[in-house]
Design a protein around this ligand. Structure first.
Ligand code: WT7
Length: 659
């Protein structure tokens, strides 16, 4: 565990916090209509957690009711929910809706990379597809408990593949479609996958024929556990098929029986493994189980997105990340939602693509990431102005703090000041949303994820682990009690699970995030606690400095790291991208410096500011500060692995532009 300091002093909040109360129109029809209702439900969940979580599990259909709601111990690090309960996740997301007479409801609206391509699947059609796919997997030897690697782009068959695994009780491990063959090898070997499901090639924006099957072919000789490869034909490009090992999805499904009974699973049987990066180089396989995870995904989707039958919901996240698991497949489908799945990118064929899709499918609920918003905001308001966004009722954000400029843009330009914005804080490890406004109840402060959901017990602790009571406290964010969606272990490495999350603050789950609970009890995530910089003895959160820089009108995005300084110990190095049409100059540099001094004080002013064309980001949009730190420190000959960057070429220009 790297040493870290907890921030103190300067505030991460915007200069003047404005509060946006829910509109009467939103509250009138919401699942939770007032703060009084929120507090009443939250109090009940605290007083009688097992009764509360039993009620939430009632959102699902169980073939056997649990004997005991929960049994968890953060000292022994043993977490179980709905002990003895039996269910099947695919049955809950598909079959029961058809059985209840909703087979004709649209489950999936697929929007292709090319705007002319759309496909729709009803719940009845999805039901048939998952049964055939499950039988096809069975024919390849897949049985309950086996691991299956899914390496695909955002096509409907990806959702079918996930649900088909769940139907069989096979543990899926989705590997994001843009990962390299090497990343695929590491992940497959860690979990010993028996089968890979992939596609011929992929398309993404202007990029055609992205290698998918070819990467699986490169991986296969290095992954001894892999016996079969099942290949979806997406583009029709020619790929090599190895006799005896490889088969086509469409042929296998056509040959398969259309009926396949879902496997009865124990609540604590694994549902999936999803790899997430850690502080070491080796990714951690977060293991989620069936009953608790699905209950939590269904519960959070219902309340946070305030879903009503008939709503069209769009989550832009890839199924390769946890957001795609919980809020594109499991949460929405357990609620019988109509979900938009998008294969493309926000800037293809032009910067109006997101807004065009919203208008085309009359999207009511839209969930995306601040990084996408910043990229689109940078291009100006004329793109959204060309599309009818009047169907929107709610906007969501996830992945990092949404800072004031993009919050206001999202609110005003996209939501026309009508739509609540739910800033949802959670993690791969938590399985679902933990801290978020409830759209009909919570007064929103831009930049704050606001308040915990019912039954969630965040605490702020100082470096010694002392719980900081009361409000206006800063420290590390921990969770004092388990919740059903919590990951159960790191696959194959329980000691790593214990070390990473339960060692630093014994008896608590450590999130790795710093936070400020403001005078009103609102939570502000100030960034990872290892993203803190000590300058002349002052503790400064990188997120705070970035937020301050972002308030300069010319700035599109900023990332801040530390570099060694003779007198101050550390100083701040800022990498800044400017909005389109803004030229880099010493004047802008001075302006940025002044802005930070104004907002946070002189101790937080960056020592160096480098203007950059782009920042090094992972494909999920996270800035890789590790690389920026090396550049700032001048260790450019040793940048480490840059293969997981969305665009590794940005690194060269960053190196050459070093200040
Ligand atoms: C980390 C988890 C949750 C799915 C996508 C990312 C940061 C996430 C927020 C938010 C501030 C946020 C935290 C968290 N984060 N959402 N709304 N406000 N920070 O999942 O890759 O597991 O990352 O993302 O630092 O710990 P992940």
């Amino acid at each position: 565990m790297p040493a870290f300091q907890i921030m103190s002093g300067s505030s991460p909040i915007p200069t003047a916090v404005r509060v946006f109360a829910p509109t009467a129109a939103t509250s009138a029809h919401a699942h939770v209509r007032s703060m009084a209702d929120y507090h009443a439900l939250a109090a009940r969940a605290l007083a009688q957690p097992d009764a509360f979580w039993a009620e939430q599990a009632g959102r699902l259909s169980w073939s056997r009711t649990w004997d005991k709601v929960s049994a968890w111990d953060f000292n022994q690090v043993d977490i179980k929910w709905y002990l003895g309960g039996k269910l099947n996740a695919c049955h809950n997301c598909v079959d029961r809706h058809v059985a209840d007479g909703h087979g004709a409801t649209t489950a999936l609206i697929w929007e292709g990379n090319d705007p002319a391509e759309t496909r729709r699947l009803t719940y009845a059609q999805l039901h048939e597809q998952v049964q055939r796919a499950a039988n096809a997997l069975k024919a390849l030897g897949v049985r309950k408990g086996d691991r299956v690697c899914i390496y695909m782009q955002m096509i409907p068959e990806l959702a079918v593949a996930v649900l088909a695994c769940a139907r069989l009780g096979a543990v899926h491990s989705v590997v994001f479609g843009a990962f390299s063959a090497d990343s695929l090898v590491t992940r497959i070997n860690d979990s010993g996958c028996k089968v890979i499901i992939t596609q011929d090639t992929g398309v993404r924006g202007p990029k055609q024929d992205i290698a998918m099957k070819a990467n699986a072919d490169l991986a296969a000789p290095k992954t001894p556990s892999v016996e079969k490869i099942l290949v979806v034909r997406r583009t029709g490009s020619s790929v090599t098929m190895q006799a005896g090992r490889d088969s086509w999805w469409h042929e296998a499904l056509a040959a398969a029986d259309a009926e396949c009974a879902p496997e009865v699973m124990d609540a604590e049987d694994p549902l999936f493994i999803l790899y997430t990066s850690g502080s070491t180089g080796k990714p951690k396989g977060a293991l989620h189980t069936t009953g608790g995870y699905l209950t939590y995904a269904a519960f959070t989707f219902h309340y946070v997105f305030d879903y009503k039958p008939g709503d069209v919901y769009w989550c832009t996240a890839d199924v390769g990340w946890v957001t795609g698991h919980s809020y594109l497949i499991y949460g929405p489908m357990a609620n019988r939602a109509t979900v938009v799945m998008f294969e493309g990118v926000p800037n293809y064929p032009d910067y109006g693509r997101f807004w065009q899709v919203i208008a085309k499918h009359k999207v009511n609920l839209f969930y995306t990431a601040p990084t996408a918003l910043r990229a689109l905001m940078k291009e100006g308001d004329t793109w959204p102005a060309q599309h009818d966004l009047s169907s929107l009722r709610l906007l969501g954000s996830v992945g990092e703090p949404i800072k004031e400029p993009e919050w206001l843009w999202y609110h005003n330009v996209i939501g026309k000041a009508r739509c609540p914005i739910v800033d949802t804080w959670w993690q791969t490890e938590t399985g679902g949303i933990m801290i978020s406004p409830l759209p009909g109840a919570t007064p929103i402060k831009p930049g704050s994820a606001t308040l915990p959901l019912f039954g969630i017990q965040p605490q702020v602790v100082d470096e010694q682990g002392t719980v900081l009571e009361g409000n206006d406290v800063r420290g590390c964010l921990v969770l004092a009690a388990s919740w059903p969606g919590q990951m159960r272990t790191v696959y194959g490495d329980h000691p790593r699970f214990v070390d990473t999350y339960f060692k630093r603050f014994p008896g608590k789950y450590f999130t790795g995030d710093g936070c400020w609970r403001d005078p009103d009890g609102y939570y502000w995530i100030t960034g990872r606690v290892d993203d803190i910089i000590i300058v002349s003895g002052h503790n400064i959160g990188t997120a705070e400095v970035e937020g301050a820089i972002g308030q300069h009108p010319a700035v599109a995005e900023a990332a801040v790291v530390a570099f060694p300084h003779d007198i101050k110990g550390n100083a701040i190095y800022a990498f800044v991208t400017l909005k389109t049409g803004q030229a880099a100059s010493d004047e802008v540099r001075k302006g940025i410096n002044l802005k930070v001094r104004d907002i946070l004080g002189p101790h937080a002013a960056p020592e160096k500011i480098q203007f950059a064309e782009g920042l090094p980001k992972t494909r999920s949009g996270k800035i890789m500060r590790r690389i920026l730190r090396k550049i700032a420190e001048g260790h450019v000959e040793d940048l480490g692995d840059i293969s997981t960057l969305a665009d590794p070429t940005v690194v060269e220009s960053l190196v050459s532009g070093r200040q």
